[in-house]
Design a protein around this ligand. Structure first.
Ligand code: ADP
Length: 581
């Protein structure tokens, strides 16, 4: 498929006004180029028909015509630029929104492989570049082609020989942009890189002021900056020199004008052409520079756009797609969960992260998964919401394979409280509503109350309408966690996963979080992943995981007596949380 076709498949150009705007843009381009190419012709006719003929009536009408044509050219250029800008920005916005939607359809394993910085630059820089440069190139190319056609056409009709001369001039006009274009681009990207290097060094040096001082390395830091600055200066000067050499291309204009005056002048002296025609000829030949330059530039612009499209579609065109629709809906309620011979490998078949895991959790039961870090606890619960698919084995909810349940309904039935609650820039209420978009204000406040969050929220400057995040108030870890719990309460999931939900907390506010979690767990089938004894002693059953396998299971007292790994975990946890007996 062509790059355009692939972008269309991603939905880039879908807007009902798109085709009419493009058509109008092309029409404005045609008006603009025709008006522009007419200017030398009208100038010629002012000289011949008005000045040399000493006809003041013709002077007035031709000058009026000149002003009219010039105004038309300016206006149509303005309309043309506005329409193309609208097309570029509109398709950029559509492209970015659709790319994010597309990104969300890909499985989590895709995000493990791709660096998030790269994905972000695909959605911001590449998408903008493709849309903006794409339409700019289209606009410039149509202008270039129309101008070239019109100029050559006029020359062919009015000065047969000059048209041939013009054709021969084209390669000369191409020479400079071709020769310098590549060099200027290379030099300016080197200059940009050098400037970026200076910026990074500066940022690092300021951020690391403490290290520089305690290591006594201030001098070293300044010398390092000087080195980068020197490289930057060298690159900038080189770029300036290349640019000024490129400026020499103006001499071509005078070469062309000189030869046109020379050859055209002889025609004039021989009485074959008029003075006005000579002036128009010289101006038209000089005009050729514009379209030729535009078409040369088109080549590089098109390559950049195609490379951008390739990057976007190459990454986001991945075949694997999660289907969240289809399948039966998992209705709200308590659920029984069974793992049957689950083995999971993240891409590497030789390296199983989970091996042959089997157990069943009855509806409403609370189980704890404990084990050293890296044992596979988080991976096990990730399988519950199908963030990954196991290599073998299956998971059943209420006796049916996970894959038979509609994915969206499955995910809304399982609530996750993680070590840290991610809040978005926005108000407290918006962040709570993230749990259930159609929740009423009363429901939101109820859940905040149950989660021990209502009080502190009310004390915030604007209560539930207080902005949080980068630009708003900062919340403590415990406060964030309680908002996270209220969010899950709003969702009313039948199954709950607490993945180290208490680990990042300091003792301050911990009681409130623990209380909120207790209320959240009530009546729900719960998986608690933890290294804190306080959280697992109350569990109905405890599973000890090590190196991807269940090595022991039972209740707290049994495991304390029989399992060394468990004993060491309790020991370590007890040290980390001394307030637990
Ligand atoms: P735990 O929760 O017990 O600390 P995890 O389930 O996070 O353990 O990790 C188990 C093993 O799987 C670790 O060796 C970890 O490096 C690996 N792992 C976890 N997530 C991924 C992933 N997305 N891709 C590849 N390997 C992973």
């Amino acid at each position: 498929m062509s790059p355009l076709g692939r972008l269309r498949a991603l939905g880039a150009f879908q807007h009902q006004a798109f085709a009419p705007a493009l058509l109008a843009g092309l029409l404005a381009t045609a008006v603009y180029t025709s008006a522009q190419v007419s200017i030398p012709l009208v100038t010629g006719s002012i000289i011949d028909k008005a000045l040399l003929a000493r006809d003041s009536g013709a002077l007035l009408s031709n000058v009026a015509l000149l002003i009219g044509v010039a105004t038309l050219s300016t206006l149509s250029r303005g309309v043309q630029q506005t329409l193309f800008a609208w097309l570029a920005e509109r398709s950029r916005a559509e492209l970015q929104a659709r790319l994010l939607a597309r990104l969300y359809t890909l499985p989590l394993a895709f995000f493990d492989r791709e660096r998030s910085g790269r994905l972000q630059s695909l959605l911001t820089e590449d998408a903008s570049m493709v849309a903006r440069l794409g339409f700019q190139a289209l606009s410039e190319a149509t202008i270039g082609i129309l101008q070239l056609g019109l100029i050559l056409g006029v020359l062919a009709i009015r000065h047969g020989k000059a048209a041939w001369a013009a054709l021969m001039l084209i390669p000369i006009y191409m020479l400079f942009p071709l020769f310098f274009g590549k060099r200027i681009r290379a030099a300016s990207s080197e200059a940009l890189a050098a400037t970026a290097e200076v910026a990074t060094t500066l940022q690092e040096s300021i951020q690391a002021v403490r290290e520089m001082k305690v290591f006594d390395r201030e001098g070293w830091a300044v010398t390092r900056l000087r080195g980068r600055l020197a490289a930057d200066v060298a690159r900038q000067v080189r770029l300036a020199v290349i640019r000024s050499l490129h400026g020499l291309s103006y001499s071509i204009y005078f070469l062309v004008a000189g030869s046109a005056y020379w050859f055209g002048g002889q025609e004039l002296l021989a009485g074959h052409i008029s003075v006005g025609e000579l002036v128009a000829l010289v101006a038209l030949l000089a005009y050729l520079d514009g379209p030729v330059g535009r078409l040369v530039q088109l080549n590089t612009d098109a390559q950049r756009v195609i490379a951008g499209v390739d990057r976007i579609t190459g990454t986001l065109g991945a075949k694997e797609v999660e289907s969240v629709n289809g399948g039966r809906n998992l209705e709200p309620g308590g659920h029984r969960v069974s793992f049957e011979g689950i083995t999971l490998c993240y891409g590497d078949p030789g390296q199983a992260v989970l091996r042959d895991i089997s157990f069943t959790v009855e509806s409403g039961q609370r189980i704890a998964l404990v084990g050293p870090s890296g044992a596979g606890k988080s991976s096990l619960v990730a399988l519950l919401v199908r963030l990954y698919e196991p290599e073998s084995g299956r998971i059943l909810i209420d006796g049916c394979d996970l894959r038979t349940w509609n994915l969206a309904s499955l995910r809304s039935e399982i609530g996750f409280v993680l070590q840290e609650t991610i809040l978005f820039a926005g108000t407290v209420e918006e962040n709570l509503r993230f749990g259930r978009l159609d929740a009423t204000t009363a429901e939101i406040e109820d859940c905040a109350r149950i989660a021990n969050a209502h009080e502190f929220i009310q004390r915030l400057p604007y209560g539930y309408q207080t902005e949080i995040g980068e630009r708003g108030v900062k919340l403590s870890g415990g406060q964030r966690q309680r908002i996270g719990i209220a969010r899950i309460l709003l969702r009313r999931p039948g199954i709950l996963v607490l993945d180290e939900a208490m680990s990042a907390l300091d003792t301050d506010g911990e009681r409130l979080v623990r209380e909120a979690l207790e209320r959240l767990m009530e009546g729900r089938t719960t998986f608690v992943i933890t290294h804190r004894p306080s959280a697992f002693v109350g569990a109905d059953r405890i599973f000890v995981l090590a190196e991807g396998q269940i090595v022991a299971e039972g209740r707290h007292a049994e495991l304390l007596a029989s399992c060394t790994i468990y004993r060491s975990l309790v020991g370590a946890g007890a040290k980390a949380a001394p307030e637990i007996p």
